[in-house]
Ligand binder design. Structure first.
Ligand SMILES: [Zn+2]
Length: 120
C-alpha cells in the first residue's frame, strides 16, 4: 500500500477505531450477542421478559425495524474489523475486486471500503 502514507494510514486507523466503537455501542443498544460465533441478533427492548399479549404487536413491529438495522450494523462492523485486520497484514487499501490500489480519497470517505469505485 505504497499509495497511502503512514500519516494517512494513521488517520484512517483512528477513524475506523472510532466508528467501530460507535457501531458496537449501537449493536449493544439494538441487539445482543446471539451465539459463540459473535453474530448479533435483533431484539426488542423487553427482551428476556415474558411478553404481554397487548404489547406483542408493538414488539413485532419493533423487531421488524431492529433486525434489518442490526444486520446493517453487523455488516458495517465486519467491514471495519476486516479493514483494521488488513492494516495489520499490510493489505489495506487494495481492492477486493481487482487487487488495484484504492485511491486515498475513497478511503477517506469510507475507510472500510473493500473495493475501488469500479468494483463497488
Ligand atoms: Zn477494483
Amino acid at each position: 500500500m505504497k499509495h497511502i502514507t503512514e500519516e494517512q494510514l494513521e488517520e484512517l486507523r483512528g477513524a475506523l477505531g472510532a466508528e467501530r466503537d460507535s457501531v458496537e455501542e449501537e449493536l449493544a443498544t439494538y441487539g445482543r450477542v446471539q451465539n459463540d460465533a459473535g453474530d448479533w441478533q435483533g431484539s426488542t427492548s423487553v427482551d428476556g421478559q415474558e411478553p404481554d399479549p397487548n404489547d406483542a404487536a408493538d414488539q413485532i413491529e419493533e423487531l421488524a425495524v431492529n433486525v434489518p438495522l442490526v444486520e446493517e450494523l453487523e455488516k458495517r462492523h465486519r467491514d471495519i474489523v476486516d479493514a483494521l485486520e488488513k492494516m495489520e497484514d499490510g493489505t489495506y487499501g487494495i481492492c477486493e475486486g481487482g487487487e488495484e490500489e484504492i485511491p486515498f480519497d475513497r478511503l477517506e470517505a469510507n475507510p472500510a471500503a473493500r473495493t475501488c469505485v469500479q468494483h463497488a
